[in-house]
Design a protein around this ligand. Structure first.
Ligand code: SF4
Length: 351
């Protein structure tokens, strides 16, 4: 298409969902060389809870971004942005969506990172799978120019699935691609995307959920708010946000919360965090691993945590359950405890 016959190159933001798959395919169809970028923020939904929980065992454990790249036959660059992304979550200039999802700032940040990558790697333009009106916060007609301008991508950012509803970008104006072969999708309906997927023979793809990360999940957002409130600081480490995806979270007292594994897979996952927390585990019967996250934890606090852990064990109806407890620095110890009663546990604060 390019009148100068130069092989044009585009970088595509690949989330692993259907839209980025189709947007990328639309460019490949026009003879563009495309490589994908997938950003790892720590909040990504895929490949975590599905991978460790038995109840999700029917769900594929693949990384959908890699899977999409493989379907399309393109190279994928997975880039860790955990540290830089913290400022987006903690101080979003455009605010949060319905939960702690800073979608507009997130998009601006990711497009800006992709632009940097594009310049460093001598690519010509970038694409996203955005569709006007698809998502309430970040994919509205008014937000499309905000993302392009504030990210610095300007007219090098092309959205192949809704391009016909937007002003022409440089790749279109310079005839690197044919605008006529782009799309004019808009609104929340997924039908045009599904029809296009069928047209190109994609019969399997990740189903779009509420969003591409845990920040759109109200329960997850509540747990993150609780973490910030109780630390007195809007800060987090990767371990914190990974553990917010795992286990049952309870705050029996202001100075500590408990993370109680809900099943074997979570217990095994949480074993890896025992060196960072006081931990408890039933020794006389099968039961969950519990981690205590807090400050100034007293012997009474450990006793309370032990009673709760016993309540979630198979010995919940026994007179006494033996609990093993330890920390990285303190000696391992075992003691017997009466499991908490059903009415007592109901009164606790679940996150
Ligand atoms: S859902 Fe999460 S990853 Fe997706 S745009 Fe919003 S904040 Fe970013």
């Amino acid at each position: 298409m390019d009148i100068h016959d130069k092989q044009r190159k585009a970088v595509s933001l690949i989330s692993g969902g259907l839209d980025s798959l189709l947007a990328t395919k639309a460019m490949l169809e026009q003879g563009i060389h495309v490589e994908g970028i997938n950003f790892f923020t720590g909040f990504c939904v895929e490949g975590h809870t599905h991978a460790i929980r038995k109840k999700d065992k029917a769900k594929p454990k693949r990384n959908n971004a890699l899977w999409v790249a493989e379907q399309l036959g393109i190279k994928l660059h997975i880039i860790d942005i955990v540290d830089e992304y913290k400022d987006v979550v903690i101080n979003p200039k455009h605010g949060y969506g319905a939960n702690l999802n800073p979608c507009l700032d997130c998009k601006i940040f990711m497009v800006n990172k992709a632009k940097q990558w594009m310049m460093e790697n001598d690519f010509d333009f970038m694409i996203t799978g955005e569709v006007i009106g698809q998502r309430p916060m970040s994919q509205r007609k008014e937000t499309m120019p905000i993302i392009a301008n504030e990210s610095g991508a300007d007219d090098l950012l092309l959205r192949p699935l809704c391009a016909k509803n937007l002003p022409a970008t440089k790749p279109e104006l310079e005839n690197w691609i044919d605008r006529e072969k782009l799309y004019g999708f808009s609104g929340r309906s997924r039908k045009p995307q599904i029809a296009l997927a069928n047209h190109w023979g994609f019969d399997e793809y990740a189903q779009p959920a509420g969003g591409c990360c845990f920040l759109t999940d109200p329960n997850y957002s509540d747990k993150l708010k609780d973490l910030w409130q109780n630390r007195g600081d809007k800060y987090y480490e990767l371990d914190d946000i990974m553990l917010l995806k795992t286990g049952r979270h309870l705050r029996p007292k202001k100075n500590f919360k408990l993370i109680i594994a809900r099943e074997e897979g979570e217990t095994r996952f949480m074993e890896g965090y025992k060196n960072k927390f006081i931990w408890l585990k039933t020794a006389s019967c099968a039961g969950p691993l519990t981690l205590m996250d807090g400050n100034d934890i007293s012997a009474d606090d450990i006793e309370l945590a032990a009673r709760i852990t016993a309540r979630y064990s198979q010995g919940r109806d026994e007179e006494c359950v033996t609990i093993a407890t330890g920390t990285r620095s303190k000696a391992f110890t075992e003691f017997d405890i009466k499991p908490m009663l059903a009415n007592e546990i109901q009164a606790l604060w679940y996150l």
